[in-house]
Design a protein around this ligand. Sequence first.
Ligand code: BGC
Length: 469
Amino acid sequence: MFKDFAGMSQAPPPFYLGFASSALQMEGANATDGRGPSIFNTAESLPGHGDTSAVADDFYHLYPIDIAAMQLLGVKHFRLSISWSRIIPDGDGAVNQKGLDFYARLLDALRAAGIEPLVCLYHWDLPQALQSNFGGWASDQIVPAFVNYARVVFQALGDKSVYWSTVNEPINFCFLHYAAGMSPLFIHDLRQAWNCSYNVLRAHAAAVKEFRAAVPGGRISMCLNSEWGQPLTNSTADADAAQRRMEYELGMFADPIYKGDYPASMKQRISFLPKITPQLAHDLNGSMDYFGLNFYTAVYVAADEGATCLWGPCDFTTSQTDKAGNLIGAEADSSWLKFTPWAFRPILNWISNRYHPKEIVVTETGWDVKGEDAMPLAQALNDTSRSNFFRDYIPQAADAVNIDKVPMTGYFVWSLLDNYKFGSYAIRFGVAHVDYKIKQRTFKASAMYLAGIFNSSMANESLTYPAVA
Ligand code: BGC
């Protein structure tokens, strides 16, 4: 898939680029063709929750124009996720053929357009019934339910895509939803979050076994997110703390998978860490055919004895400002996101050196422009800081590939369209603007900028997004 990416040496480099998306954030049509509710739909119905995902980008109906738009941009890859409750409305019971038919149509249409999909089974939208019946990912019962869902999908759709992933950003959905009390679950329970994290490893390992049997020649992984941890000062203690932070955030999943156990730094500090049994280590071994990385930004890390993080005792703290109070990078719209292109090369090297993956695919990266939602359309379309994100981040990855020989083979931009961010439409990451009232999409300047990177002959083109009928 990404073969031609290797050996690239021009600037800007001919990266194999695509766009990433997720079901709940794009599709809408929540009650259409037999889809069951997910935990987000339940949260959205609570008083005062904010926007709902009921319509989103209406990708469920409008995907043909979005595929046509990607063709115009010269895009060859598209990452999407499947809504579990479209396939099995109550999570673990009868299969909904109409749900499978939708994804079959979508995957066929992508391939007919020359766009290779990368399909994720789970981007956070748990069927509500599984949370109500047994507590979702916090319970062992999630493992057979997920494996059953995966088997149904692989058998029905396995021949329609080569590239797959099991779950997206498990550290986030486990710890934000089960420990940090965030929407959609509002649970504050570190034990449940750790059970979730352990059950993710078990479910992933078992689903990959199913995958090997059902999709010969397919490539599967997990999409892991991490910030780059930059030592706050030159002290050894801060350097160690930054290393530890990387081990916690990526190592929680990647170490058991690639090394058969949790990092020693976590084992020393977290007394209630689950045990990776020899059988689980064996099953996890080789279960990531490529390393899926979602990378956006960096944080400063300082040693701080006795400090506790969201994941448990950790002896470090993080911040977005240095000792003089300077921000680590210019601001995006999302408060967690700062402009840190210099962090891209070291994180790719860190992964390459620690895990020696055959391929690293950046499965998400992107930028939301500060204040964009409140701007008049013409101003929103002139999204220079988003183009600058690609202009400055991509050469860092190119150096990692060309100079450091990091085997990065793909780069997926979040996202083609502005979309629903779990409770809000105000957070806009698209290279195409969406007018949510009429669903019309309009390319922003950054879409043209990316098209020029995909294909230098398109550098100064001005393209028009296909119209919504
Ligand atoms: C998530 C996406 C989200 C994006 C931008 C990522 O961490 O996977 O679902 O929309 O961040 O906030």
